[in-house]
Design a binder for this molecule. Sequence first.
Ligand code: FAD
Length: 356
Amino acid sequence: MTGRPRQVDVLVIGGGQAGLAAGYHLRRAGADFVILDAQDAPGGAWRHTWPSLRLFSPAQYSSLPGRMMPSPPGGGYPSAADTVAYLADYEQRYELPIARPTRVRAVRRSGESLQVETDAGTWRARIVISATGTWWRPYVPHYPGIGDFRGRQLHTVNYHGPEPFRGRRVVIAGGANSAAQILAELSTVAETTWVTLRPPRLLPDEVDGRALFGLATRRARAEDGPGIGDLGDIVAVPAVREARDRGALKAEPMFTRITAGGVVWPDGSDLACDVIIWCTGFRPALNHLAPLRLRGPDGLIPVDGTRALGEPRLHLLGYGDWTGPASATLIGAGRTARDSVAEIMRQLDGSGGASG
Ligand code: FAD
């Protein structure tokens, strides 16, 4: 790409909920900023999840700062489509400056600025907020024989509903909310087996994402140890409750080996299956930051709050609790973004005020 780099004070990479929450606070602070998003439409990862997915909290507890998510018609927990509609409305309402589709390829140090190279030209920014989420880096653990399996293997990101699995023998691996929700609907059309590393923990019916958010907050303030629920615990949304009541939520321990035709446990017992669905989580999408060489041995970037320890002009938003309590949830993203933007505005002031 030719032409002079465009200049901005704060450049946000990613226009999902974390990027929008940052945009809301940057707008309020009067910052000079832009949001670059790789997708061609609003909604972040929510555009790609399976249609029956239900949030694990009611709308008013799944909201970004400023504007409440409307309750879905007929009540209940919002769907992924409700969330996409909410995020699309949110970015319009606050007139957030989003360039889309623009994929950031690399962020590099360049004198006083960070240089942000994209598939639509180069930017220079005094501060970069990376809010690229995790959906784009699905994680599948390695098991011996995984390459030999002749059936179909897929990750949560490629699950779009139960129909293709009707009448098949499906193994669902993973002990958290995605696995439980997918199992709940698949078990009505397929022969399902659920395998988990630890016995899954289903929260009581009256406990939902609100309690988990409270837990994350108290943990961050070190007020709480392990308690009634954990962030990996399963919220009994209506479909999960119904599956539990029908006895479909029984889990087996994780298998240790995969063969051409199925899975095998340590005692030699085996199970023939046609499909393995890996609901085994995600890793943060940080490849665009590789030139900065900031990753620690655990693959994460060490931070103080949201600021990268090795590069103070870089902030990380969303991703997981390591960048703020519950920062990868709709309700948690707002608070982390508020604190992060307050710090960024101090950083900009400290270096001579806003440019441009
Ligand atoms: P994303 O939504 O992934 O947005 C990141 C954006 O950045 C995307 O638009 C992406 O295209 C873009 N991007 C990525 N790389 C680049 C690049 N190099 N250049 C430019 N743009 C880029 N949270 C809740 O609060 N309640 C729930 O009930 C809930 N349920 C969940 C169920 C599932 C199955 C999953 C996976 C997550 C759930 N979450 C829930 C967690 C969380 O809300 C989502 O993971 C959320 O999408 C994270 O938002 P984000 O903005 O950090 O990332």
